[in-house]
Ligand binder design. Structure first.
Ligand code: THU
Length: 136
């Protein structure tokens, strides 16, 4: 992890992102804070739409912001929802994260600055799609 950010500080950034959530349909606010290896944080929140399938998840907003700013190297992401239970990213977000992150990329699920758990991307997506992947 980049030395200038502690986990509670990253969680605060994800909570700040969640406060911007536009989620009138699900009432399920999600915030993400994506940390680049340069130490920059990209915040994202879910953005829903009355045409439900056009909804964008918080994680993909954060990664889209980063990549569009020219940043493609990340060390971890913090994800927070309004629930006390820790909620992992959806499959689509895992696949999109996989495109840009190393195998040991860390996913921190948090409900508050004092309640969080560390995972790796491969805990949730052990066999991502890529053009090189195949089964026996
Ligand atoms: N959502 C996210 O923002 N990230 C995920 O990984 C899963 C789901 C959002 C999408 C939608 O606005 C709400 O949560 C309920 O599905």
């Amino acid at each position: 992890m980049s030395p200038q950010w502690t986990v509670p500080q990253l969680i605060q950034q994800a909570i700040k992102a969640r406060q911007q959530s536009y989620s009138p349909y699900s009432q399920f606010a999600v915030g993400a804070a994506l940390l680049s290896t340069s130490g920059k944080i990209y915040r994202g929140c879910n953005i829903e739409n009355s045409s439900y399938g056009l909804t964008i998840c918080a994680e993909r907003v954060a990664i889209g912001k980063a990549v569009s700013e020219g940043d493609r190297q990340f060390s971890q992401i913090v994800i927070t929802t309004q629930r006390e239970l820790l909620v992992p990213p959806c499959g689509a977000c895992l696949q999109v994260l996989n495109e840009f992150v190393p195998h040991d990329f860390e996913i921190i699920l948090a409900s508050s600055t004092s309640h969080f758990e560390h995972y790796f991307l491969h805990d949730f997506l052990p066999r991502p799609f890529s053009f090189d992947s195949h089964v026996k």
